[in-house]
Every structure is written in structure tokens, then in C-alpha cells.
Design a protein around this ligand. Structure first.
Ligand SMILES: NC(=O)c1ccc[n+]([C@@H]2O[C@H](COP(=O)([O-])OP(=O)(O)OC[C@H]3O[C@@H](n4cnc5c(N)ncnc54)[C@H](OP(=O)(O)O)[C@@H]3O)[C@@H](O)[C@H]2O)c1
Length: 220
């Protein structure tokens, strides 16, 4: 499944209740190569599995990240998969903007915080368990619309900007961690897939098998 990682590897999945996060979690649990998965989400997962250690915590808070670190308890983490992201949130009146007049400072700050700051803060919190001699893969989901050169349509100011910032933060972390970690760090830019985040907003596409490899960068 993941040839860079050892048999029985330990994974942490953040955003494990989301559309993509839950699919990654299921895939990891069904692989014989996976030893143990620590899955973190704000709401409890509705299933159990012998390899699954689920934790209900909001890692967008310092307390939540501390709770995750306590659960990891200093053990080596071989795979960190971050599937947290925010495009719209009706309960906080957050919608992707179509025009400049729709920019709202509170919504903008929240989208930047969830999509850009949190992946970096998560990396910082788990750094002690990621560094060392063991092989590590760090993956964090970006979005194709975060590409400046690919921006042919405009709109979605906050989301686009937050994913561009995400990419810069992950790239910068990759440079720092390369010296400390036997790592491969991916910022995966993906097109639309049908999940709660994307439904009714745009048309999902089928991913060619080679797409992720072509549209991601890695530090080794
Ligand atoms: N679906 C697509 O078409 C698409 C395209 C390009 C990029 N992406 C990116 O892929 C990632 C996953 O997207 P998805 O489609 O799986 O979306 P999703 O089903 O809406 O899941 C989003 C995840 O983000 C977490 N989250 C959202 N707002 C949060 C908040 N305020 N505080 C804490 N956690 C929050 C949720 O955590 P809980 O598990 O705790 O609920 C959830 O797991 C995102 O980064 C998204 O930008 C998706």
C-alpha cells in the first residue's frame, strides 16, 4: 500500500469524519500493512475496529491538539493524513465569495485559520512523534483552486487564498523537517470530489490514476 512505510505502521488521520478523511480511514483499516490508526474528529466515529483508536477532539483548539498528543503519547507516527478543510459553513454564514463585496473579515479569518494555520499547527504539535529515524509520510489536502497559475475563473477569495497559504506553509515545513525526519511530505492539490464540502457547489470529476502524483509535490 505505502512502500515507504514499515509493516505495522502507525497513522494519525485528522478530519476522520469528513468525506475524504473517512474514506482514507477505511482504506487504512482494511490494509494488512497498517498496524494502528489514531483517528481524530470533533464528533465520535460511529464504528469500531481492532486497529482503530478514535479520539473525539477539536484540534483547531490548543486543548484539542494537546489531547491528540496525549493519545499519541510520544510513540513514532509514520503517517499523518490531514483531511480538515473548510469551504462553507451555513451555521457561521460562511460561503465561497463570488464578488469582492462579499468578502467578510470574520469569515475570511476563519477559512484561513482552518485551511492554512491548522495544518501547520498540527504538524508542530506532532513534530516530536514525526521526527526520528523512522520513515514518515505527511499528507495534507490542498485544492486545485489554490494554484495562482490555474486561477482562470476567479471567485472563492478566502478558500483560494487559504489553500495558497496552506501550500506555502507546508512547503516551508518540508524544508525544516527534511533535516530532522526521514520523511515524504505531500501537499495534495485535488479537483472536486463529491463530499459535504463540495456538494451542490461544483461538478465532481473522476480522478485519473496519475492525477495525485502529477498535482502534488513532495520533499524527497
Ligand atoms: N471534496 C472536494 O471536492 C475537495 C476538492 C479539493 C480539496 N478538498 C480538500 O479536501 C479536504 C477534505 O475535504 P472533504 O471533501 O472531505 O470535506 P468534508 O467532508 O466537509 O470534511 C471536512 C473536514 O474538515 C473538518 N472541519 C471542517 N470545518 C472545521 C472546523 N471549523 N473545525 C474543525 N474541523 C473542521 C471536519 O472535521 P470533523 O471530522 O471533526 O467533522 C471534516 O472532517 C479539505 O481540506 C478540502 O479543502 C476537497
Amino acid at each position: 500500500m505505502l512502500p515507504h512505510l514499515p509493516e505495522g505502521f502507525t497513522a494519525v488521520v485528522a478530519g476522520a469524519n469528513g468525506g475524504i478523511g473517512s474514506a482514507i480511514l477505511q482504506s487504512l483499516l482494511s490494509s494488512p500493512q497498517t498496524g494502528h490508526v489514531i483517528a481524530v474528529s470533533r464528533f465520535p466515529l460511529v464504528f469500531e475496529h481492532p486497529k482503530l483508536d478514535s479520539i473525539t477532539a477539536d484540534i483547531t483548539t490548543t486543548t484539542g491538539r494537546q489531547a491528540l498528543c496525549e493519545r499519541v503519547n510520544g510513540r513514532p507516527v509514520h503517517l499523518l493524513f490531514n483531511a480538515i478543510g473548510l469551504l462553507h459553513d451555513a451555521s457561521h454564514s460562511i460561503q465561497p465569495e463570488k464578488r469582492l463585496e462579499q468578502l467578510d473579515e470574520v469569515s475570511f479569518a476563519q477559512v484561513m485559520y482552518i485551511n492554512a494555520a491548522i495544518p501547520a499547527l498540527l504538524l508542530a504539535a506532532l513534530k516530536p512523534s514525526l521526527q526520528g529515524k523512522h520513515a514518515t509520510i505527511i499528507a495534507s489536502l490542498s485544492a486545485r483552486v489554490g494554484s495562482i497559475t490555474d486561477n482562470g475563473y476567479g471567485g472563492w477569495y478566502s478558500y483560494r487564498a487559504s489553500k495558497a497559504a496552506h501550500n506555502m506553509l507546508l512547503r516551508t515545513a518540508a524544508i525544516e523537517l527534511k533535516r530532522l525526519i526521514n520523511s515524504r511530505l505531500f501537499s495534495a492539490s485535488i479537483p472536486a470530489l463529491r463530499t459535504l464540502l463540495s456538494q451542490s457547489l461544483f461538478k465532481p470529476v473522476s480522478l485519473p490514476k496519475s492525477y495525485l502524483a502529477q498535482s502534488s509535490w513532495r520533499n524527497s
